[in-house]
Design a protein around this ligand. Structure first.
Ligand code: ADP
Ligand code: MG
Length: 692
């Protein structure tokens, strides 16, 4: 049965040693892997231009048969090779200079594919030194698959492995899609799809095959995510958080004393969290809100609720700077609630650390903020009921799972809240967070002045510096962001250190300028951030260490050096450090690049501050990988599906997956057995990993 497809590729003739290693590098180890190694593109030979349609003076490809003899002769030190090729429409003369081996390659009546610049004079065609390739007589289809490959493994080798194997296993390929699913979405059968994707007769066939395979890929994915979510919901017991009327009114009081009025989106997010916290199922919720949308206060109120009920809550931040800042913010927001907020980072002195650990162990400290590295390691939280991960995009999906399960108390699972500013379009979120509930904060606090973004070149530097001076005179603060810490081989890169020296000594000797970068000790970084937040520094030169979460509402201008070196998402995150208060904010993207794609990115950034629009745009410009750092996310590796192009299929696949489990919750019906097997094949490891 399906087992035949588990046969290792090394069982094939000619696959051993180096070739086996190369295949392995591609992730191909079984026959099934080879069968599902889908082409990335197709060469369409059927529509090759007839010779009489070739145009003068441009590079073209055409197919023609060698006609007559090849002539090769020497003229002094020059070897000249001549041949004539012909198709049904016309003939073309070809000539090569000093390429005597061409003559050996050419065989009478054999068809070749030629590529080169064609000359057309008075209805006569000629071509000089074309490159050429044999068209195999037995290549049945005129559509030829081009496989993704790696150096040392040619298309020819891949084809020579895939095509014969196809004949051999064709009837053994199991059909995972239930018949009703195929019928509903008009999808062809698996054997047809696999055969046609590797050996199509026309591009229409490719399309039919691809449609089906893309659906299958996304359907399996969505079904797997559904199972993960269900298993979680069924197997885990949460800690219901209930507050007495008196305690509840203390929460309300704290809320009323906040320094601002919550936005409707914030109110809705908090309400959703409170509902989750009250049930005995562990919450698993993602709060997604663009930079500056006010996620911290939501975390603060959730944590307070938990602490007042006598349980513990921790918040994890990706950097010490951010952990520090969060601890201060929480203390401020929760002042008056009577709950202290402890901070644990790598910089926490040993004595202080011991004191905090003791307080946590005896539950006198119920609120903790820290970097995740510190929190994970032997911190005892006997009453832990809520973990919050800020800036989720900085952690991986697996890490999220681990964090939520690494607690002292194993019989119950704490509630989990993750917060992310990464603007993920709905389609991608479905995949990344398919097993999470999602709340969107689609509103910025009122009274924000939109950030104005401009591009500038080196020649504008003086004007930009005047602007900085003016803003500082008005009491505002400035970020200057540089891509690298030290000068590296690319000499044109402005390093943070150099920029700092120039600004502090030459340009603004009269202003207080600070420097922060990843190479500094974390206690030093904290001091610098504190000084900047307290207004003691007017200008902060930095690397991207300030990218995430840093909050100084008085900062109103950001200048980004070599802006073309940053990705769109990163620029958006960086820019989110300004425009966080009532002041008009300006972001200046310094760049001298003339690269069209880079300029397009910078232009896009000038046109919108909406992270979701930017995400969508970036997805269009470059595909999902770059923006989100798919590796960080643990985004499943998709062979054929493209999350942008196939977003409608993704939604259809999700709906159909739901229908599948509604019809047959445990996939025990005979018509669903193959699907169940495919799911185990695809997700078995994942299921084990999280010990469902
Ligand atoms: P992010 O969603 O990026 O984490 P923060 O929670 O850091 O945003 O909030 C950004 C800034 O907006 C902070 O200075 C915060 O005090 C302020 N803020 C949050 N909510 C509101 C609100 N409803 N009205 C006014 N300001 C707010
Ligand atoms: Mg934040």
């Amino acid at each position: 049965m399906a087992d035949l497809l588990d046969t290792p590729v090394t069982a094939l003739n000619g696959v051993a040693g180096k070739r086996a290693a190369l295949l392995k590098r591609l992730g191909i180890s079984s026959w099934l892997d080879l069968m599902t190694w889908y082409p990335r593109a197709f060469e369409d030979w059927s529509s090759a231009t007839p010779i009489d349609q070739l145009q003068d003076g441009i590079d073209q490809t055409f197919t023609a048969a060698l006609s007559g003899k090849v002539q090769s002769h020497r003229k002094g030190r020059l070897t000249i090779t001549r041949a004539v090729f012909r198709d049904e429409s016309a003939a073309i003369r070809a000539v090569w200079f000093n390429q005597p081996w061409v003559a050996d390659k050419l065989k009478a009546d054999q068809s070749y594919r030629l590529f080169g610049r064609v000359k057309r004079r008075d209805g006569e065609f000629s071509i000089q030194s074309p490159s050429l390739e044999v068209v195999e007589a037995d290549s049945k289809g005129k559509i030829r698959p081009i496989y993704p490959t790696t150096e040392g493994l040619s298309q020819g080798v891949l084809r020579s492995l895939i095509l014969p194997l196809l004949q051999k296993v064709m009837t053994n390929i199991p059909e995972p899609l239930p018949f009703w699913v195929r019928k509903k979405h008009h999808l062809c059968a698996i054997d047809y799809a696999i055969a046609r994707i590797h050996q199509p007769e026309s591009l229409d066939e490719v399309e039919i095959a691809r449609n089906r395979l893309v659906f299958e890929e996304l359907f399996l994915l969505q079904s797997g995510l559904y199972l993960l979510r269900r298993a979680r919901q069924n197997s885990q017991i949460g800690i219901p958080i209930h507050l007495s009327a008196a305690l509840h009114s203390r929460v309300m009081q704290t809320e009323a004393q906040l320094p601002f009025q919550l936005t409707a989106a914030q109110v809705a997010a908090i309400a959703a969290i409170r509902r989750d916290l009250q049930t005995d199922r562990p919450m698993n919720r993602l709060i997604q809100g663009d930079v500056g949308s006010g996620k911290t206060v939501i975390a603060a109120l959730a944590m307070l609720e938990v602490a007042l009920s006598g349980h513990q809550a921790v918040m994890m931040a990706p950097t010490a700077i951010l952990a520090n800042q969060h601890q201060q913010t929480l203390e401020k927001l929760l002042a008056g609630s009577g709950e202290p907020v402890a901070l644990l980072t790598g910089a926490t002195p040993a004595a202080k650390r011991r004191e905090i650990l003791k307080g946590l162990a005896d539950n006198t400290i119920r609120l903790l903020v820290g970097t995740h590295a510190v929190i994970e390691d032997k911190v005892e939280l006997p009453q832990l009921a809520l973990t919050i991960t800020d800036e989720q995009h900085r952690f991986g999906v697996r890490q999220r799972i681990r964090l939520s399960r690494s607690e002292h108390e194993k019989t119950v699972t704490p509630h989990v809240l993750v917060m992310s500013a990464t603007p993920i379009p709905r389609t991608l979120a479905l995949i990344l967070y398919g097993d999470l509930d999602m709340t969107l904060i689609d509103q910025l606090p009122a009274g924000r002045e939109p950030i104005k973004t401009y591009t500038a070149r080196s020649g504008d530097r003086e004007r930009v510096e005047n602007l900085i001076r003016k803003q500082v005179a008005e009491g505002r603060q400035i970020y200057v962001v540089c891509p690298m810490i030290e000068e590296q081989e690319s000499v044109d890169l402005e390093s943070a250190v150099q920029t700092y020296n120039r600004l502090a000594q030459d340009v603004f000797p009269d202003l207080s300028v600070g420097l922060i970068h990843g190479g500094l000790k974390s206690s030093v970084k904290d001091q610098i951030m504190l000084a900047f937040n307290a207004g003691e520094l007017s200008i902060l030169v930095s690397t991207t260490v300030i990218e995430v979460g840093v909050d100084n509402p008085n900062a109103s201008l950001m200048m980004i050096e070599n802006a073309e070196r940053f990705g769109l998402a990163q620029l958006h995150q960086l820019r989110g450090r300004i425009g966080r208060g009532p002041h008009k904010s300006i972001c200046i993207l310094m760049s001298d690049t003339d690269d069209e794609l880079a300029r397009e990115r910078l232009r896009t950034l000038c046109q919108t501050t909406d992270g979701f629009v930017l995400a969508q745009k970036d997805l269009e410009l470059r595909g999902p990988g770059d923006f989100f750092g798919t590796r960080q996310h643990g985004l499943p590796d998709l062979r054929l599906a493209n999350l942008y192009r196939d977003r409608e299929v993704l939604v259809a696949a999700q709906e159909t997956a739901q229908e599948l489990f509604l019809r047959d919750p445990d996939l025990t019906e005979p018509e669903h057995l193959a699907m169940a097997r495919a799911l185990i094949r695809r997700f078995g490891e994942t299921f084990q990993q999280i010990q469902l």
